[in-house]
Design a protein around this ligand. Structure first.
Ligand code: AP5
Length: 214
């Protein structure tokens, strides 16, 4: 599998990427998770990304492109990868094509999860996240354990700072302006598959797996 999972904030990319990458035996490469970890560890990358993330803006292309180039050259990505949240701009997509061309490992599939805006707002307002392993919960559809700790790794569950309503609106605007044009970019390459992201997690996974098999 050499695939990209795209979609607006809260569409379910992280939730689905965990299942699909596990089933395919390839790493899930999520730029949001990498940046959040860097912030938590207080690295120079994390300090650089912080203000962009808190306001719902994109971290500069040069920063995330460098990060992905490094990550995809690691040995565990040689047999495949599932990118989650990258690329998010046309220059990022062009840089990815150039890198994969150099490695003779072109992209095979781009899965675009489609979810209506009112559903997105409901998903993000109810999301709770593990800051350590990145697992997402939802207060209604997938509540976290009663002790407030992650069922996977035991870390205390938090609400992401960028899930505040005003920041969610900013992220949706950024998606429409900077990321939605990738639909045309990958449509022209003939590798875009649009997936209905409504329904249970399992129903959406089944649609994505069917699209990957085609
Ligand atoms: P990132 O972490 O990538 O955020 P995002 O794309 O906005 O996506 P989310 O993580 O919010 O949502 P998701 O689609 O993964 O949904 P989830 O599965 O959690 O990026 C954060 C920030 O980092 C960006 O704003 C930017 O600043 C920076 N950044 C990252 N990448 C960058 C890049 N390439 N370039 C520049 N900057 C970058 O699901 C959401 C909720 O819904 C959860 O509660 C979940 O339990 C629930 N849910 C999921 N599926 C379902 C379902 N089928 N039914 C009911 N509930 C569901």
């Amino acid at each position: 599998m050499r695939a990209v999972l795209m979609g607006p904030p809260g569409a379910g990319k992280g939730t689905q990427a965990k299942v699909l990458s596990h089933d395919a035996g390839v790493p899930q490469v999520a730029t949001g998770d990498i940046l959040r970890l860097a912030r938590e560890q207080g690295t120079p990358l994390g300090r650089q990304a912080q203000s962009y993330m808190d306001s719902g803006a994109l971290v500069p292309d040069s920063v995330v492109i460098g990060l992905i180039e490094q990550r995809l050259r690691e040995p565990d990505a040689a047999a495949g990868f599932l990118l989650d949240g990258f690329p998010r701009t046309v220059p990022q997509a062009e840089a990815l094509d150039a890198l994969l061309g150099t490695l003779s490992r072109p992209l095979q599939d781009v899965l675009l999860l489609q979810v209506a805006e009112d559903v997105i707002v409901g998903r993000l307002s109810g999301r709770r996240t593990c800051p350590s392993c990145g697992r997402a919960y939802h207060v209604e559809s997938d509540p976290p354990p009663a002790n407030g700790r992650c069922g996977t790794c035991g870390t205390e569950i938090v609400t992401r700072p960028d899930d505040r309503p005003e920041t969610v609106q900013a992220r949706l605007r950024v998606y429409a302006e900077s990321t939605a044009p990738l639909r045309e970019y990958y449509g022209a390459q003939g590798i875009l598959r649009q997936i209905d992201g409504l329904g249970t997690v399992e129903e959406v996974t089944a649609r994505m797996q069917a699209a990957l098999r085609r």
